[in-house]
Design a binder for this molecule. Sequence first.
Ligand code: GDP
Ligand code: MG
Length: 177
Amino acid sequence: SRREEDSYDHFFKIILIGDSHVGKSNLLSRFSDNKFTLEFNSTIGVEFTSKTLQIDGKIITLQIWDTSGHKKVRPITDAFYRGATGALLVYDVTKHITFVNIQRWLADLRNHADPNMVLMLIGNKTDITHEVTVLTEVGKSFAEKESLYFIETSALRSTNVEKAFLELVDRIYQNQI
Ligand code: GDP
Ligand code: MG
């Protein structure tokens, strides 16, 4: 008998990266509630959430990996990147340094990850309109320069969160069929 988790047409691993406090975990919990935790060791915690959806009548199982813990240390392990087909690179539109650091996250990604991985840049916390320090146009033009898809979100208000994940999944799917 087939186990429930084996009954899919496609399996996509997606990783969430970006500085601490940009809203990665809240973006993920907005998108899905089914949460499982994996601790690789005491200093680097990685957890993933699984979610199943359908595209073109095909069952797609997503395994979305997030990093936990409060250290500013880059939680880069081979296990984290291994097999990932998509990445959400998140910055906080109210914290310019988190946007600057995307450059470093991208470099790490390009060193470790599959070159065919679909990348989406996310400017999160658009609800804090009076504190925006990274303008939409700035995020957008950086994304164009680096060949990343781009979207701005608010995990707090649920703005564009589902759209961000679904667009990423759709691009991964289009790449694989
Ligand atoms: P992570 O470290 O990247 O996983 O960030 P978290 O998801 O833990 O969020 C860090 C902080 O930012 C928390 O206090 C969240 O409540 C807050 N936060 C996350 N997303 C948003 C958002 O879209 N808008 C606002 N205003 N706060 C947010
Ligand atoms: Mg987190």
